[in-house]
Design a protein around this ligand. Structure first.
Ligand code: APR
Length: 390
């Protein structure tokens, strides 16, 4: 097969890139390791920032999203048995749209594959990238049904294959910096069949550890519980989970509604950035280039930001022979990436502060929180980052 852009991975980054390339008359092929059914059901992130929704809307990709997504403009801290609401939409004019990632993925696959007859191949195995520094790179993969090897020849490769993908590993170590940070903290991520217990997001700061509540749909709620890194989810029985959630999150007059736990998984909180995000004809986008621990719901928004920039840059190059945007692609993405990384780190320190072994560190976290809750200027600066209004 010959195409202009080979897109590896059909997550938010890859599918948005592919849709926008096709809209602008650039030919592409998407290669995805999983099946269509699998990616349309895989629960991941769920909060889209308003700037990202407006850009999807401009491109005709937000139809169902705008009909179905709930809007959030406030969240709540709970600590010392009290509630403190932060109304970020009032301070910034921007909202979050609550739309599960698998719903967005479903819409984007439909728009690309069904709506515009785009070429997407599911279940591919052994994806490898070739000749990245030459003029005619290619991607090979094995067809799962026939066992045959295929080659996609292209002009550019969009490496959108997520945190565990293969694209990033094709960049030689001496050609990029891998900057990373490990929090040394685990989060037990839970999906629960229960209606939300509050309108929006609740962050519980507690000496037993951080806990969070995130409304997803009228039937499904996400919860997080701070736990040791690498903890075994089997250590978290139904009883223990609910006991900890009540202890860390419930306050008088605002109970937590229980339900069946349909997913429990331990995330080791860490961040990384690959810099630059480009190597020869390969350009990374989304989690393949940078991971932000799920503090403040930044991952999916950054994936979309990259995809908007990459599709525009590739179009300028391939349709108009203008390479300036592609040359600046990595730096353009990384400005927002580093703002979000810094925000996540700052916020994580506040959220985890109550359990910090070092009392100095713990008191600093408390001071930050007090300032955020008492100074409108500090709150506005925080909220602009929280909603991604940069
Ligand atoms: N070949 C082809 N596809 C692959 C390969 C591979 N070797 N490895 C992974 N993939 C696919 C995955 O199955 C997935 O569908 O690449 C896709 C990557 O999608 P995401 O992981 O969703 O990453 P991205 O599009 O960057 O979106 C980031 O995902 O992890 C969440 O919360 C995070 O919201 C953020 C978003």
């Amino acid at each position: 097969t010959r195409t202009q852009v080979a897109v590896i991975g059909a997550g938010p980054a890859g599918l948005t890139t592919a849709n926008l390339l096709r809209q602008r008359g650039v030919d592409c092929v998407v290669l995805e390791a999983q099946s269509r059914e699998f990616i349309e059901q895989r629960p991941r992130a769920g909060f889209l920032e308003e700037w990202a929704v407006r850009e999807l809307e401009r491109r005709g990709l937000a139809g169902r999203l705008l009909q179905q997504a709930g809007q959030h403009g406030a969240f709540e801290f709970r600590f010392a048995a009290r509630r403190h609401t932060v109304r970020y939409a009032e301070l910034t004019g921007h909202h979050h749209f609550v739309y599960p990632q698998q719903e967005l993925v479903t819409d984007l696959v439909a728009a690309y594959a069904d709506g515009s007859a785009g070429d997407i191949r599911f279940g591919v195995r052994d994806v490898r990238l070739h000749d990245l520094t030459g003029d005619s790179p290619s991607v090979t993969y094995t067809d799962p049904h026939t066992g045959q090897s295929h080659r996609v020849e292209c002009a550019y490769i969009a490496g959108c294959d997520g945190a565990r993908g293969v694209s990033r590993r094709h960049i030689p170590a001496h050609e990029s910096v891998f900057a990373s940070h490990d929090y040394g903290i685990g989060w037990l991520a839970l999906l629960v069949e229960a209606p939300p217990s509050a309108d929006g997001v609740v962050f519980g700061i507690h000496p037993r550890g951080f806990a969070a509540h995130m409304a997803r749909t009228p039937q499904i709620t996400r919860f997080y519980l701070q736990c040791p890194p690498g903890d075994d989810p089997a250590n978290w029985s139904h009883e223990r989970v609910w006991q900890e959630l009540h202890t860390r999150l419930a306050v008088p007059g605002a109970p937590i509604t229980e339900g069946r736990i349909v997913e429990r998984q331990v995330l080791d909180m860490h961040n990384y950035v690959v810099e630059p995000m480009s190597y020869g004809r390969l350009h990374l986008a989304g989690d393949s280039a940078h991971l932000v621990a799920p503090i403040g719901a930044k991952g999916m928004n950054l994936a979309l930001h990259d995809a908007f920039l990459l599709s525009a840059a590739l179009t300028a190059q391939l349709r108009h022979g203008d390479g300036a945007r592609l040359a600046g692609y990595s730096a353009d993405c990384l400005r927002r990436v580093w703002q979000y990384q810094e925000f996540s780190q700052w916020f994580a320190d506040v959220l985890h502060g109550a359990t910090h072994a070092d009392p100095f560190h713990a008191r600093m976290a408390e001071a930050r929180l007090q300032r955020l809750l008492s100074s409108p200027a500090a709150a506005t600066a925080f909220c602009e980052l929280y909603i991604g209004k940069l």
